[in-house]
Each structure stands twice: as C-alpha cells, then as structure tokens.
Design a protein around this ligand. Sequence first.
Ligand SMILES: [Fe+2]
Length: 244
Amino acid sequence: MNQHNNIFKKFYNNGFIIYKINKKKLTFINKLKEEIYKKFKTSFAEDQFENFHKYNSFESINGTRMKMINYINTKKKLKKDIYLAIKPFFDSMIGPDVVVQKNVNLAIQMPFDDERPLLHKDTPLSSMHELVVWIPLVDCKDSMCMTMIPKNKHDLINSLFKKNDEILFEKYSKKFGVTKNIKVGNVLIFNANNFHYIPLNITKSTRWSLNIRFKNLFTPYGQRNLLDYYEIINTSCLTKMNSY
Ligand SMILES: [Fe+2]
C-alpha cells in the first residue's frame, strides 16, 4: 500500500503521522459513541457530542469524564479493536509482539477550558520505544487538534526546558508546532518522546478523543513497568512457542 511507504518516512523524519484506518475496521468508533451516548443520555440533552459544552460545566466535566472512562474500560474488545485498526502500521513499526496500556483514556476538551497539559513529552515516564495513538471521536479542526513539534526541533525545545522559560515555550510552540485537522477515521500516532501540547480550544465545538499507548513487548520500558501498566495484546508464533 502506498500509504505505508510514505508514512514510515514521515514518521522517521517528524516523529508523528496521521494514519487512515481501513473502512472495514472503523465500526468500533461509532459503536463506542452510541454506547457512551446511551449510557450518559442526560449529559447530552439529545444533542451531538460537539455540543456537549452547552449542557455541562467546567466544574462537572472531570467527574463525568472519569465515569465515562470507567465505562469505556468495561468494554473488553475496545483495545483489540484499536489494535486491529492500526495493525498494518504496528506490524512494520513495532512488530507482532505488542503490549498495550491497560486503560484507554478519554479526553473531553470543551471550548475555553484551560485545564490541559502544556508543552511536554511523555518520556521518561513512558518508554522511548512507545507509540501514542490519539483517536478523535469527532471531526477536529484548528485548535481542537493536538499540536506536535517535529523531531528536528527537539534539541532547541530541550534547551528551553533547561532555562524553564515559559514565554519562550509559548513562542516556539507556536512557531514550530504542527497542528493538522483530523477527521473521525484517522488517528494521530506519535513517538512518546515527541514534544506535544493541547492548544486552548477556541472553536465552538467540544473535542472528544481517546488515547492509548502501544510498544513492543521486548523493547526497554520507561518508568512504567509491564505488569502494572501494560498487558500483552499480541505475540508472534515463536514467542507463543516459548512462553509458559
Ligand atoms: Fe502527553
């Protein structure tokens, strides 16, 4: 597939890519949305996901989000569905022996809610060998999207962290950050060692997204260990033959 040759080159150069999920593997997203909608009916007031902020306050959103996270993590197939949707990329990038973060995260970013992570990378808590998958549940444009800093600007950003200069963070994040519109059916995949941040959502829509991490079972771990944080989702034939 053409998509693949291109995306590996892009991933190598930038540390992130947008990956289009095969249509046949997409159904889990709509199914999950329907289930959330049914379970939390009153929070939606029969309106769309994008209009969630019209019926929910900044004060209540975190409690609601935690309840939703607990709910979506009762869906045992969800992680497997995500894995299978991205498997063609994983097979070449991290191989068939894969561990996945135990819990799927859900982020809900209402317009002008400034509770959000600023410029950061997920290492050393996460492993350098880890892929973060960011899955939009609504079409995202402009400040609804995640901003990524390309790999070739990382030395510069690292030097800012030594000075801890917030004004420069802001300036360079804006100058070098790449914010790509992303529609449902596409996912953003980035290396956990890549700098990223969530802009203040100044659109008129609530942003909904899942995020989850994958890595090769046998690559070095960060500060999170295998048994506490991850579970095995797929193994090669040879690994199966040798496990007990
Ligand atoms: Fe992060």
